[in-house]
Design a protein around this ligand. Structure first.
Ligand SMILES: [Zn+2]
Ligand SMILES: [Zn+2]
Ligand SMILES: [Zn+2]
Length: 154
């Protein structure tokens, strides 16, 4: 007996990819970790509260503290990146390891990715690193987004 091939379930495929990401990082696979990774993989620079709300839409009960713990574990193994522009709560994103930078709107707080001109970390060589060995340069550009230019904030 043969069964007709069915289209792979995209949800299952996506979960499988996330599962492999987690396994590849050496982290134990847990449902909260899969859920947080899935939320981050949808893109953007998300605040912890927003991630927690979306995770709770997928899983029954996950505390905000548990989400914090998952995020720091993911950041530690390089599956998530934490950014914290001045005056904004910490945000996390799934785009890691490419040394990209951020542009932040001073009007509404919108954050967008900008590719690094140089590409490799650290892209800025301090002329006098004061004895430090530099791993990373965090560059934040500030400006006004297109919508705030059209409708300047009061
Ligand atoms: Zn704006
Ligand atoms: Zn980013
Ligand atoms: Zn750069």
């Amino acid at each position: 007996m043969t069964t007709a091939p069915t289209d792979p379930d995209p949800t299952t495929d996506r979960e499988q990819a996330l599962l492999e990401l987690l396994r590849g990082s050496g982290l134990r696979v847990t449902r909260p970790r899969l859920a947080v990774l899935g939320v981050l993989a949808e893109g953007g620079h998300l605040e912890v509260d927003e991630i927690a709300t979306r995770v709770r839409g997928l899983l029954d009960s996950v505390s905000t503290q548990a989400v914090y713990d998952v995020l720091s574990a993911l950041a530690r193994v390089g599956l998530a990146r934490r950014i914290e522009p001045a005056g904004s709560p910490a945000r996390y994103e799934a785009r890691t390891g490419d040394n990209h930078h951020h542009v932040v709107c001073g009007g509404c707080g919108l954050i967008a990715d900008v590719d690094c001109v140089v590409g490799e970390a650290p892209c800025l060589e301090p002329s006098s690193p004061r004895g430090f060995v530099i791993d990373e340069a965090e560059v934040t550009f500030w400006g006004l987004c297109a919508s705030c230019q059209a409708n300047p904030p009061e």
